[in-house]
Design a binder for this molecule. Structure first.
Ligand code: M6R
Length: 589
């Protein structure tokens, strides 16, 4: 959940460290720090709070490491910020050392004193104690003692232009340009800097030395690695909105276009056998991606008529899931680094499932462990709240459902030719934003709210509620409209906001009935639909959605809700890009 960066540059490394850390801040923003190595030794600057707290006089040196933290062990503080130092070594770490308590006890008994409450500090102590002049061997030996997950980058004063890094279950990318060599947690941190990148696998080390960057095994033997050219759009300089979240909402049409282009050019032949054979399908994901997975279940069960078992990844492995040889397992993750989803995918593979990943990051850990990857081309998503990646996940999942139909020789879904109209419909959905501005203004003081829907609109309701909770800090729940009477109606009182999404014509009346029920208990009712509203509609506030083929409406109807949540957040004085307690990639269980 933290972000790490390391670089050895031809000039001073300070600028690279700061600019990469700013791009990595979405991974955590409790505290930040850098270590710069020069002939004079290590210079450390670390502070509680965001990367901007590191601004100041340049630290000078050609090799450096940096960190932006999402606290797991120890509160956000200057002392708990990385890098951690022991003797000649400085270290940054992303992950969790699960056996840190035992190691700390052992190191304390051996006379070490700890300056922080973090699990990470044990690693640098282990390295310093293993060191007998061979930097790489000391890092490798320390790693052999660790349980849990780690991506680390280490500096040693005896080797002024070297960095040794290791990876296990936390992401680590190597990057290269003519002026610098890098390691970092994520590709976007290197946008505009690295020209070539390669991802490390679990158990691999990266060694920057002598102007070269090598992948090695634990014994220091080189591993051949193919670097690929960076294609992700640069993150800098494109901002037309005050926040990434707003910008990313406005990018939805373009993201859908690019994703559609990728899908239309993709060759699904490697999935043919798995798709033909699959008698049942699994879908695993977390958070927003889980809502996309639920919609996938709806689509596949309707169009392909085979069962889809949808699990939150965090529960999957503890349930002895029914995955068998030949099952198709679709793992959905924007980042491709969510630890729970990775574990779910690993387990599914162990049991003989064919893992099809849907991710936004082509060189992610999920992609490297999957049998086949569908890459959404949403472009880097920086705001912690997922927006454009959700719309693109849905598009990919509609497409995958159609591939299943194709390989199973069932009738192709009627929505297929309509997929091309989604980018335009997304653009048209922006016309709802003035109405959403008004609604956010009206509801800015709300303490809680319900989102309702039926059938596929339940997924949209759940996603709308998640967005409002996550960034506006308003308690919200998304329900099936028919469930109201079974308990939740009890909470409705005067002024309680209830927002209904109604995109299925044949169910519109039923959804309106639910609104009637809450309105008669004093609720403030809101209705979003692509259809004209009935004269007698009970909604206090109506918003007309643009129209696409009915089954595809979830890709579009969620957009006003994403925007509404963002406006609520801003009106309430919060930062939508960095909601409290959260990080973009949840790389720990
Ligand atoms: O990178 P992933 O798609 O695997 O992330 C999964 C969730 O952590 C993520 O969707 C989260 O729920 C979002 N912040 C919600 O906006």
């Amino acid at each position: 959940m933290c972000g790490i960066i390391g670089c050895v540059t031809k000039g001073n490394c300070y600028r690279y460290l700061i600019s990469s850390l700013e791009k990595l801040e979405y991974r955590g923003y409790d505290s930040a720090g850098i270590a710069v190595l020069s002939e004079a030794g290590l210079a450390i600057r670390k502070k509680k709070g965001g990367v901007k707290n590191l601004f100041g006089e340049e630290l000078s040196g050609r090799a450096g490491i940096g960190h932006t933290r999402w606290a797991t062990h120890g509160a956000p503080s200057d002392a708990n910020a990385h890098p951690h130092v022991c003797g000649k070594f400085a270290l940054v770490h992303n992950g969790i050392v699960e056996n840190y308590a035992k190691l700390r006890e052992e190191l304390s008994a051996a006379g070490e004193t700890f300056l922080s409450e973090t699990d990470s500090e044990v690693i640098v102590k282990l390295i310093a104690r293993s060191y007998t002049g061979n930097f790489f061997a000391a890092v490798s030996s320390a790693c052999s003692r660790l349980e849990g997950s780690y991506a680390i980058a280490v500096l040693c004063e005896d080797f002024p232009e070297e960095i040794v890094c290791a990876k296990y279950k936390s992401p680590l990318i190597a990057g290269a340009s003519s002026s610098a060599l890098f390691v970092c947690s994520d590709v976007p941190a290197l946008s505009g800097e690295a020209e070539y990148i390669a991802a490390a696998e679990d158990g691999e080390f990266i060694h920057i030395r002598g102007g070269e960057i090598d992948f090695c095994d634990g014994a220091g033997r080189r591993i051949g690695k193919k670097f690929s050219k960076v294609t992700e759009t640069s993150l800098g300089g494109r901002r037309r909105c005050a926040t990434y979240m707003e910008e990313e909402i406005f990018e939805i049409p373009r993201a859908l276009e690019d994703t559609l282009a990728w899908l239309n050019a993709a060759d699904f032949a490697p999935c043919a056998r798995a798709m033909r054979q699959a008698k049942k399908v699994f879908a695993v994901a977390c958070g927003t991606a889980y809502h996309a997975a639920l919609l996938f279940k709806d689509i596949v069960e309707k169009e392909v008529r085979i069962p889809v078992l949808c699990h939150t990844s965090s529960e999957f492995r503890y349930r002895d899931p029914l995955v068998e040889e030949g099952d198709l397992v679709v793992a959905v993750s924007q980042s491709g680094e969510t630890a729970d989803t990775l574990e779910a995918a690993r387990l599914a593979r162990e049991r003989g499932g064919f893992v099809l990943a849907v991710t936004n990051v082509s060189c992610s850990s999920l992609s490297s462990l999957a049998d086949f990857t569908v890459v959404m081309r949403a472009g880097p998503e920086i705001a912690v709240a997922a927006t454009k990646s959700y719309n693109c996940q849905l598009l990919c999942l509609y497409y995958i459902a159609a591939q299943l139909c194709f390989y199973k020789k069932t009738q192709m879904p009627a929505y297929m030719p309509e997929l091309a109209s989604l980018p335009e419909a997304a653009r048209a959905s922006f016309k709802t934003f003035p109405a959403m501005d008004m609604l956010a203004e009206k509801l800015r003081g709300a303490q809680s709210m319900y989102f309702l829907g039926r059938d596929r609109d339940v997924r949209t309701a759940a996603e709308g509620a998640l967005k409002v909770k996550e960034i506006a800090y308003v308690f919200a729940e998304g329900y099936a409209a028919g469930e109201l009477k079974h308990g939740t109606l009890a909470l409705v009182e005067r002024g309680f906001p209830v927002i209904a999404v109604s995109t299925r014509a044949d169910l519109a009346k039923k959804t309106e009935n639910a609104l009637e029920e809450v309105k008669s208990r004093g609720a403030y009712t809101v209705l979003l639909s692509q259809y004209g509203f009935m004269e007698e509609s009970c909604a206090d506030f109506k918003c007309k959605l643009p129209s696409v083929s009915e089954p595809l409406m979830p890709v579009i109807s969620v957009i006003p809700l994403q925007y509404f949540a963002c406006r609520m957040c801003l009106l309430r004085g919060y930062d939508p890009d960095k909601p409290r307690n959260l990080a973009k990639s949840v790389t720990v269980e």
